[in-house]
Design a protein around this ligand. Structure first.
Ligand code: NAD
Ligand code: TDX
Length: 356
């Protein structure tokens, strides 16, 4: 599904017209940039992206001429303070939307240093730049900063809220929690107009094949078996990436400075259930998968209460049918093999070295 296929809810009118989107060549960032450029003809976007293994310039290709003219792509690192300053000045940026991060839990477990460098130091560099130029700053974070919830039925109604204590359990989530703390401190101490969104697991087009859903789809499409970590009973709260884009847009333009908003779409499912739907969509038997080594420290369950975002900003998810969204995602990977083929072998080789 692409941006123009869905019916738009009432979206906020733009309050900022020159956005710097960091990590705009990654999964969430590129979806957000498309979302903004295709809907708001008076908004310009500068993307700053280091094009790590997770970023692709072509994630932003294929925009129409008029839309592409409002996109300025810069290949560079968020930790490069001089470059960030130069961009803010040259492109007259009025708000930073900070998506750039090292984002994969398994990578963090086996090599945490880049996560500290980019997620913590990189966020610090951007906050300092925002402070120098008096800019609005929106920070993209994750529900994983709240740790995990138990799996037993008696706690099934428990969900994360904006008041939940920070309890990150992995190197990745600890790095994201650290970045959230910096953002909050820059608001309290320097009065920087910040907001934070902590979102649950996204799915949709342009997600790297290292992540659960694209990995299973592309495993099957390349003749491999699907690979479930541990028992497969861990629960994630899935949201379509386009719903996340709309939520970030609302918070950027209408959210209250200093506030955190949780984003989620009541999409809780365990990994076995999600895999079952992928197998069905690809015409495979329900047991056509193997279990592999579990992720050390594997978070059991994430679940989001998005009540604040809904009641304060009126946001509602538009992709309410997970099976339909997942089937469209399967179809996207089936028809975009040239997009993921180049990453597949190396990703599987790394997983094999971990016994996964
Ligand atoms: P991704 O790995 O697909 O993309 C990250 C992008 O950041 C890439 O384009 C990469 O090149 C870029 N990048 C990395 N280091 C950089 C650096 N030092 N300087 C400049 N650019 C750099 O990640 P994603 O899944 O799109 O996640 C984006 C953000 O959303 C992250 O902050 C992540 O924590 C958060 N998030 C993701 C999810 C999810 O389900 N994917 C859920 C909640 C929050
Ligand atoms: O091959 C796999 N088999 C498997 O069972 C992979 C890659 C994952 N899993 C499991 C682990 C998790 O329980 O699937 C679940 C989802 O795993 P990931 O896609 O790695 O996502 P997760 O660790 O939940 O984190 C994601 O959501 C929050 C994003 O990667 C983060 O960037 C985001 O912050």
């Amino acid at each position: 599904m692409n941006a123009s296929d869905s019916i738009d809810p009432e979206l906020a009118t733009p309050r900022y017209h020159h956005l710097l989107v960091t990590g705009g060549a990654g999964f969430l960032g590129s979806n957000f940039v498309r979302f903004v450029l295709t809907r708001f003809p008076d908004v310009r976007v500068t993307v700053l992206d280091a094009l790590t293994y997770a970023g692709k310039r072509e994630n932003l290709a294929g925009l129409t001429d008029g839309t592409a003219a409002r996109l300025h792509f810069v290949h560079g690192d968020i930790r490069d303070a001089a470059l960030v300053d130069a961009l803010l000045e040259r492109d007259r940026i009025d708000a930073i939307v900070h998506y750039a991060a090292e984002s994969h839990n398994d990578n963090a477990i086996y090599g945490p240093e880049p996560f500290i460098d980019t997620n913590v130091k990189g966020t610090f560099v951007l906050l300092e730049a925002a402070r120098r130029y008096h800019l609005r700053f929106h920070h993209i974070s994750t529900d994983e900063v709240y740790g995990d919830l138990p799996l037993d039925a008696s706690t099934a109604r428990e969900r994360f809220t904006e008041e939940s204590p920070y309890r990150p359990s992995s190197p990745y989530s600890a790095s994201k929690a650290s970045s959230d703390m910096l953002v909050r401190a820059w608001h309290r101490t320097y009065g920087l107009p910040v907001t934070i969104t902590n979102c649950s697991n996204n799915y949709g087009p342009y997600q790297h094949v290292e992540k659960f859903i694209p990995r299973q789809i592309t495993n099957i499409l390349t003749g491999r078996r699907a690979k479930l970590y541990g028992t497969g009973l861990n629960v994630r709260d899935w949201i379509h990436v386009e719903d996340q884009c709309a939520a970030v847009w609302e918070v950027l333009n209408r959210g209250r400075a200093g506030e955190t908003y949780l984003i989620g779409a009541d999409g809780e499912r365990n990994n076995r259930e999600v895999l079952g739907e992928i197998l069905r969509a690809l015409g495979r038997e329900p047991d056509d998968y193997e279990t592999v080594a579990d992720r050390p420290g594997h978070d059991r369950r994430y679940a989001i209460d998005a009540g604040k975002l809904m009641s304060e900003l009126g946001w509602r998810p538009q992709h309410r049918d997970f099976s339909e969204g997942l089937a469209a995602t399967v179809e996207w990977y089936r028809t975009h093999e040239e997009w993921w083929r180049g990453d597949k072998e190396a990703t599987e080789a790394a997983a094999a070295r971990r016994g996964q």
